[in-house]
Design a protein. Sequence first.
Lengths: 96, 416
Amino acid sequence: MKITVEIPTALRRFTDGVQTIECSSGTLPELLGEIEQRYPAITKHLRDDSGAVRRFVNIYVNEEDIRFLGGNNYKFREGDRVLVVPSIAGGAPGCR
Amino acid sequence: MAEHYQLRCRECGKLWGNIPRSFCDDCLSPLEVTYDLDAIRSTFTRKNIEAGPANLWRYGAMLPLPEGFQGTVPAGFTPLVQARHLGKQLGTSNLYLKNDAVCFPTLSFKDRVVATALAAARRFGFQVVSCSSTGNLANAVAAQAAREGFEAWIFIPADLEAAKVIGTQIFGAKLVRIAGNYDQVNRLCSQIAEKFQWGFVNVNLRPYYAEGSKTVGYEIAEQLGWRLPDNVVVPMAGGSLITKIRKAFNELIALGLVEEKKVKFFGAQATGCSPISDAVKRSLEQFEPQKPATIARSLAIGNPADGFYATRAIRDSGGWAEDATDPEIVKGIHLLAETEGIFTETAGGVTTIVTQKLIEEGHIAPSETTVACITGNGLKTLEAVSQEYAPTAAIEPRLAVFESFVSDRMAAVAGS
């Protein structure tokens, strides 16, 4: 199974500038593990000290907040597009 | 001279200087403007404020304004009116209304936040300003962008009230209606803000925008004769306003402009979109997002950006939160209009009913000084009440006809 994950600008410095990652995980906890295995530096920015996803990070699946789909229990489907968005996002690169 | 304010991460405390961004790169938490209070102490005095203009720029020393900035839009400094009749009905003798239904120029408290956001937009060199909005912010951005010479792009959920749609387009703004709710519009705007070099007032300019809300708090204190109320009732959509009124009160205390007091903060939401009041009532640390279903469209934010901080502000202050159903919201609009002569929008109906519930439930003591914040104007949400007022038959312009009209009407009243 293949899903794609869009990395927000703010976190691309930890993914070597990569914007879209292809993954094969079945659930959100697995997916975070898969991303972190490939890009270890991203971990402390995605999770707090207790290992929980940071409070101000929202995860969407095909434009829907994953919390409405079952959160950690949601089973990804082939072709799902996952968005990671800081809840109060913004700040274009290059803006003065 | 170094600037007396800058951005700081609300969670990890990292300082960011002044740039157009809303969250911390390290922990992805929100940024907030912090001030060097010692540098401001000598200028932000009662005397200087009272000598200032009768609008929000009188508090300019404690707003994130570029050096030499001269505000021209006279937003804010709306009336604080004692609500004797409404208070009597609700069983309290010390009820006040902060009436932003008459804020200049677009009749909602959003005129305040846009005033400070556009000052930042100018400073950062943006040509285009933008926002996601449930309506009032759309109106405010469109109007002030026209006045200040910015191009405006406004994103709204498709189901907004007519007055809020036309009240945006009239200013020449480019309006984009999105087939989705506000939370979807807002998520889209987060993505747009990453690609377009625009000043999104509630995305990348959000810390500067949010500071404008503090002026509601400064005004309440000044208009009460430089004292703080016991209780404040605030409608909550994204949850920013309630936290910023609290910040304003704390700053006034820290700067010695008012005596220290523990003000209780009460939040008001619509039952059909109540993630924050739900979190307060169920003692949740973090709210659970909801799918909005309420006539109070200006409060229909199911994933409130400042929901976490609003919940905490209410809890820490010893306050509480309540919510109002759609029929109750309409009742609240009528109640405020018929007792105080103030026609508010659906959000004000929410605030009125929630104030009533908080008094009934004993959360607000009748003798205490309570300020309820009315944040928008009823003329913008006529849909909420218009079906009750089908046009009546016109009568001939003759006295005899009127006399018979009156006796018919009296008979109808007597017979009902």
